[in-house]
Ligand binder design. Structure first.
Ligand code: NIG
Ligand code: FE
Length: 376
């Protein structure tokens, strides 16, 4: 089965020679990109889709979400907008609601949010556990996550649950909980932050996860300067996410090791922390990704276009750099080379925009430009 998408006003493929083409066409065969070229030269195919002169981009790769949870923290957001500060402990509110919800309700909530992401152009998504904080609930969350995506992350070490000593909880996470959760996850993650887990505890969690066959990623340097980024670089993590407070040594370590800095501008929007300087990171040679961090506490958005607009306006990126970070950057963060671009051989995960160029993603913030989402 082959399909040609014709009359593409602007086609973003991220090919080395010509990353962005005009008046182009693209052929999909058996779920893969089989041909890219000028619209006038398009070969015969079984089917045709007319892009109407609009823009075609790779589907967004959202490399950091917490989609599976119950409850609502709108009141916490409203209090922050009235001057309260964000603290990691708010996570426990969502834990209580999530433990009560039951697997069927959690799956329904996760699927609803996944549909929301997809409608806005996201075709690959990472989903974490982390609102269970006991073995049974963490395992249940990962079973639900695994029905939504192959990119599942064990985040039993999200925060220390009420009534627990931190080291005793790390023992649980690295012992019984990991043994039950590792078969259900690709990644292991930890929230390395004051109020959550310190450097030694975070190292213990990531190393145990790696020994169980999981790949490391980390929540690092979100609420203040700290050891998380250096730990990610030392362990060869795929990504250090947040990177809101970075020292010069942190920036140098990210550039040297190639650990992807996952930037989550929805968090700074929702917590009133300062936006990280993405311009400085790119200029220093750091690889970046943009993701939503969709979660009820610090960033309840499912919209990659919104995050792109914030990254352009507040973090110093050009619209093209922001789109690349939201597609190819996300793929690198997840160690995937089959998504995040539309070169020949890529998965045919692509998005049609009712816009003459991808610049409109940031130029027209909040406007639903996505008209069609195709997946392999
Ligand atoms: O990525 N930083 C830790 N975890 C989430 C926030 C979770 C919450 O407040 O519920 C984050 O920002
Ligand atoms: Fe997060």
């Amino acid at each position: 089965m082959s399909t040609a998408i014709t009359d593409i006003g602007e086609l973003v493929t991220w090919e080395a020679e010509q990353p962005i083409r005009h008046d182009a066409a693209l052929v999909v065969e058996d779920g893969r990109v089989a041909w890219v070229g000028p619209s006038a030269d398009v070969p015969a195919t079984d089917e045709r889709v007319d892009a109407g002169g609009g823009t075609v981009i790779p589907g967004f790769v959202d490399s950091h979400t917490h989609l599976v949870f119950a409850g609502d923290r709108a009141a916490e957001f409203a209090a922050r907008m009235a001057g309260e500060r964000y603290a990691a402990g708010g996570i426990r509110t969502t834990v209580a609601a999530t433990r009560e919800a039951g697997a069927d309700a959690l799956e329904a909530l996760g699927r609803k949010r996944l549909a929301e992401l997809r409608a806005q152009g996201t075709t690959t998504v990472e989903v974490k556990s982390g609102y269970g904080l006991d073995t049974a609930t963490e395992e249940a969350l990962l079973r639900v996550a695994g029905r939504l995506t192959p990119e599942t992350t064990f985040l039993g070490a999200h925060v220390v649950p009420q009534g627990w000593d931190a080291d005793a909880y790390v023992d649980l996470v690295t012992g019984e909980m990991l043994a039950r959760c590792a078969p259900l996850a690709k990644w292991v993650d930890v929230f390395c932050e004051t109020g959550a887990f310190d450097a030694d505890q975070s190292r213990a969690v990531l190393e145990a996860g790696m020994a169980a066959g999981l790949l490391p990623r980390i929540h690092a340097n979100q609420l203040g300067y700290g050891p998380g980024v250096q730990l990610a670089c030392e362990l060869g993590a795929a990504a250090a996410d947040h990177c809101t407070y970075l020292s010069n040594a942190d920036v140098a370590a990210l550039a040297d090791t190639g650990v992807v800095a996952g930037l989550l501008p929805g968090v700074e929007f929702s917590t009133r922390h300062p936006y990280p300087d993405a311009r400085h990171l790119l200029d220093a040679g750091v690889r970046i990704a943009i993701a939503t961090d969709c979660n009820p506490g610090t960033s309840y958005t499912s919209s990659m276009p919104f995050c792109i607009a914030l990254a352009v306006r507040e973090m110093g990126l050009t619209p093209t750099e922001a789109l690349r970070a939201a597609t190819e950057g996300g793929a690198r963060s997840l160690r995937r080379d089959d998504v995040g671009h539309l070169r020949v051989g890529a998965r045919a995960d692509l998005v049609l925009l009712d816009a003459p160029s991808h610049v409109h993603l940031a130029y027209r913030p909040g406007v639903p430009l996505v008209t069609r989402v195709l997946t392999a």
